[in-house]
Design a protein around this ligand. Structure first.
Ligand SMILES: Cc1cn([C@H]2C[C@H](O)[C@@H](COP(=O)(O)OP(=O)(O)OP(=O)(O)O)O2)c(=O)[nH]c1=O
Length: 634
C-alpha cells in the first residue's frame, strides 16, 4: 500500500469529513489528506437492540452521519461534495454499547464497568462517493469497521473521580481518552491504537488504496473465442491508476475500434471491477500477458484537446444557448453561434464525451454543472476565467519549452510584448481589462464563501481587501458579518470598471471602493487586511514592500488574512497550482510553513491555516504581541 498516488487522486476532489471530532481531523490531517470539516447533525439515536452485532450499529451510525452531511451540502449549498467520510466510535463491554457519557454520573457508571476488564472499541467508517444527476444526489457507499481490545486495570473510587473531575471523559466513547490522561487507566491495548482514538487510519488507508489504486491483475485471462465475455467500454480500462474503474461500473458495448484488442472484465480482491486487454493475435487461445493501458498518460496526452474544446465551446457561448433553451440540435446551435454545422456537431459531441453536455435523440442539453459553472450568467460561473485561460494562458503555455529553457515568462513570444508592457496593457485596452476582471471575479465568486468562513472574523469591524478587484469577496464578507465594513483597494483603472460586477440587492453602503496603488500609496485603515491571490504573483522585493507597509499600519489587535492555494510541504500538491507555476511569473506558490515564515518576518504571529478544499486556502495571522482567539467556523 502506497499512499501518495491515492492522495494525488483525491487532491482535486472535494473531500468532506462529517465529524466534529478534533481527533479524527488531526489523524487525517497528519497523513496529508486535504478535506473540509462539516460536522454532522445526525443524532445518535438508532435502536441498538435492532442490530445483530455492535459493529453494525457503529457502521450504520457512521453512515447516517455522513449521509446527513452529503444531503445537506447537496440541497443547501449547491456544493455536492465528491467524497464524504463518516465515523462512529463505540465501546462495548458485557454485550452493552457505551457511547459518550451524558454527565459525570454516567461517566462514573461507564468507567466502573470497564474497571479491571477487557473491553472492545469499535469504529465504524463509511466513505461515500457522491454525484449529482438531474439535481438528485447519488451515492456509492463503502464501509468497514475495526475492533481494538483494551484492558483497564482495577480503578479505585478515588482515581475514578479524579479522572472524571478532569473533564476529559465527557466527549469520548466509554468515558475515557486513551491518548491523554485516560492512558493511565490502561493496562494493555491489542490492535490499532488510533481506532480507539476515533479513526482506524491503517484500515482506512488500505480501503482508499483498494478504491483508488486497485492492484493490477497480472494473471492471464483465459478466453474461449466462442464465448465473448461481458465487456466494458474503453473508459473503464485501468492502468491501476484510472479512477473510472475504481468505483463506477460501466456497462456498454465492446469498443470495436479499440486499438489494442478486446477488453474483458475481472474482479480484483476487493470486488472492484477492472479491465484488461487481450492482444488481438491471442484471442483464439490463451494470452501470455495482459497489456496495460496507461490511461493516465493517455489522458495527459489528450488533455490539451479537452481544455481547448471547453474553451471554444465557452467562447462560442454554447453553454449559454443551451441554458436558454434545450434540447437543441447541432444545426440550431450552429445557427445561433454562426458556426459550421459539422464543426459544431463535433464540438458538441466532444463536450458530451467530456461529461459537460447530455445527448439524446432530441438534441443536446447542459449538464447541471454546465448550467452552474459554464453558462456565463451563473452566480458561480467560471466563464470569465475560462476565457482568460483561452486568450491569455493558452498562448503562454504554447511557449512552455522556451519558458523552461530561459526560466522566464514568455509574453514577448506569445503576445509580441514584454512583461511590463503587457501588464500595462491590462489597464490600457478596455477589452483586455474587462476580460481580466471577469476572470478574477469568476474565481472570487466561487471561493468567496469558503474564504470568508474559514475563520470566525466577526470581531473585526473593518476590513480592507488589498487588490480586491470587483469586490466579490467584500460583498460576501458583509453578508456573513453584517457589522463589518469593507474597503476594496485597487488601482484606479480597476475601480473605474467595477460597476458591472456589483450585486443588485446588497447593502452597498458597507462596501467602499478606494483607488490606489498598494505599493506606493497610503493604505486605508482597517482591523483586518486581506490579500487574496496577490502574494503568489509578485517577486520577493515587491512582497517585502507590501508586507512592510501592511505591518506598519496594523494596529494592535489587527490581523492579516491571506487567501492563496497552500502547497503541501513537498510542494507537489495540489497539481493544479504546481502547473500554474509554469507560467513563470516572478512570484511563487508557497507551502504552509513558507507562508508562516514569510509572515513572521513582518511581525505577524499566531498563524492559522485552513485548507478549504476549494480553489483558495486561507492563512490568518495577527500582529505580534497580541493574542486573539479565532475559532474556525465548521
Ligand atoms: C475510547 C475513546 C474515544 N475517543 C473519542 C473518539 C470520538 O471522537 C468519540 C466517540 O464519539 P463519536 O460519536 O464516534 O464521535 P464524535 O461525537 O466525537 O464526533 P462526530 O459524531 O461528529 O463524528 O470518542 C477518544 O478520543 N479516545 C478514546 O480513548
Amino acid at each position: 500500500m502506497v499512499l501518495s498516488p491515492v492522495l494525488g487522486k483525491l487532491v482535486s476532489k472535494r473531500v468532506v469529513l462529517a465529524s466534529a471530532s478534533p481527533r479524527r481531523q488531526e489523524i487525517l490531517t497528519n497523513v496529508g489528506l486535504r478535506f473540509e470539516v462539516v460536522p454532522s447533525w445526525f443524532k445518535e439515536t438508532l435502536e441498538k437492540s435492532s442490530f445483530a452485532a455492535p459493529y453494525e450499529y457503529a457502521i450504520e451510525t457512521a453512515k447516517q452521519k455522513a449521509l446527513e452531511v452529503a444531503n445537506r451540502m447537496h440541497v443547501k449549498h449547491l456544493r455536492t461534495p465528491d467524497i464524504v467520510i463518516g465515523a462512529d466510535t463505540i465501546v462495548t463491554v458485557d454485550e452493552q454499547i457505551l457511547e459518550k457519557p451524558v454527565d459525570k454520573q454516567d461517566a462514573y457508571r461507564m468507567l466502573s464497568r470497564l474497571s479491571g476488564k477487557e473491553h472492545s472499541v469499535f469504529t465504524g467508517v463509511v466513505i461515500i462517493h457522491c454525484s449529482s444527476k438531474d439535481n438528485q444526489l447519488e451515492t456509492e457507499i463503502t464501509d468497514f469497521y475495526e475492533e481494538t481490545k483494551v484492558k483497564f486495570s482495577d480503578l479505585s473510587e478515588e482515581l475514578l473521580w479524579e479522572y472524571i473531575h478532569s473533564g476529559e471523559p465527557m466527549d469520548k466513547a466509554g468515558g475515557y481518552g486513551i491518548q491523554a490522561l485516560g492512558g493511565m487507566l490502561v493496562e494493555y491495548v491489542h490492535g490499532d491504537f488510533l481506532n480507539v482514538v476515533g479513526f482506524p487510519l491503517n484500515h482506512f488507508c488500505k480501503k482508499l488504496a483498494e478504491l483508488y489504486c486497485p492492484p493490477l491483475k497480472h494473471t492471464i485471462q483465459h478466453i474461449k473465442h466462442d464465448s465473448i465475455p461481458s465487456v466494458d467500454t474503453f473508459e473503464s480500462l485501468s492502468d491501476g491508476e484510472s479512477e473510472s474503474s475504481s468505483f463506477k461500473e460501466h456497462k456498454g458495448a465492446i469498443k470495436l475500434d479499440s486499438p489494442s484488442g478486446v477488453i474483458c472484465n475481472s474482479e480484483n480482491s476487493s470486488g472492484v471491477r477492472t479491465g484488461s486487454v487481450v492482444p488481438l493475435e491471442n484471442q483464439n487461445g490463451v494470452s501470455d500477458s495482459a497489456a496495460k493501458v496507461p490511461s493516465k498518460i493517455l489522458d495527459l496526452m489528450d488533455g490539451f484537446r479537452a481544455s481547448k474544446a471547453l474553451f471554444v465551446a465557452s467562447k462560442l457561448k454554447m453553454f449559454d444557448h443551451l441554458k436558454k433553451k434545450s434540447p437543441l440540435k447541432a444545426v440550431d446551435i450552429a445557427n445561433e453561434a454562426g458556426t459550421s454545422v459539422c464543426g459544431t456537431e463535433r464540438l458538441l459531441d466532444a463536450c458530451t464525451a467530456l461529461g459537460l453536455l447530455e445527448k439524446t435523440p432530441q438534441g443536446y442539453s447542459n449538464t447541471d454543472s454546465a448550467n452552474t459553472y459554464l453558462a456565463s450568467d451563473g452566480e458561480y460561473s467560471l466563464h470569465g476565467y475560462i476565457i482568460h485561460s483561452n486568450d491569455h494562458l493558452w498562448p503562454l503555455f504554447t511557449h512552455l519549452e522556451s519558458a523552461v529553457k530561459e526560466g522566464s515568462r514568455q509574453n514577448h513570444r506569445a503576445f509580441g510584448k514584454k512583461t511590463e508592457d503587457l501588464f500595462n496593457d491590462y489597464y490600457q485596452s478596455q477589452e483586455v481589462k474587462q476580460r481580466f476582471m471577469a476572470a478574477m471575479h469568476s474565481i472570487a465568486r466561487l471561493t468567496a464563501r469558503d474564504v470568508a468562513t474559514a475563520f470566525d472574523l466577526s470581531e473585526f469591524k473593518t476590513a480592507c481587501d488589498l487588490g480586491g478587484c470587483t469586490g466579490a469577496l467584500a460583498h460576501e464578507l458583509i453578508q456573513i458579518y453584517p457589522n463589518m465594513k469593507v474597503t476594496v483597494f485597487d488601482l484606479p483603472e480597476v475601480i473605474a470598471n467595477t460597476s458591472c460586477f456589483q450585486p443588485s440587492e446588497q447593502r452597498v453602503a458597507s462596501v467602499t471602493f478606494v483607488s490606489g496603488n498598494f505599493f506606493t500609496d497610503d493604505l486605508p485603515e482597517a482591523d483586518l487586511y486581506i490579500l487574496s491571490r496577490v502574494l503568489h504573483d509578485w517577486p520577493d522585493e515587491k512582497i517585502h514592500i507590501l508586507l512592510k507597509k501592511i505591518s506598519a499600519v496594523c494596529r494592535p489587535g489587527s490581523a492579516l488574512l491571506v487567501a492563496e492555494t497552500v502547497l503541501d510541504e513537498q510542494k507537489i500538491h495540489p497539481p493544479r497550482v504546481v502547473l500554474q507555476s509554469l507560467s513563470m511569473t516572478e512570484g511563487k506558490q508557497r507551502s504552509g510553513s513558507e507562508y508562516k515564515q514569510l509572515l513572521e518576518k513582518y511581525g505577524f504571529t499566531n498563524t492559522q491555516i485552513k485548507i478549504t478544499g476549494n480553489l483558495l486556502d486561507v492563512v490568518l495571522c495577527f500582529k505580534k504581541s497580541v493574542i486573539l482567539a479565532c475559532t474556525e467556523i465548521a
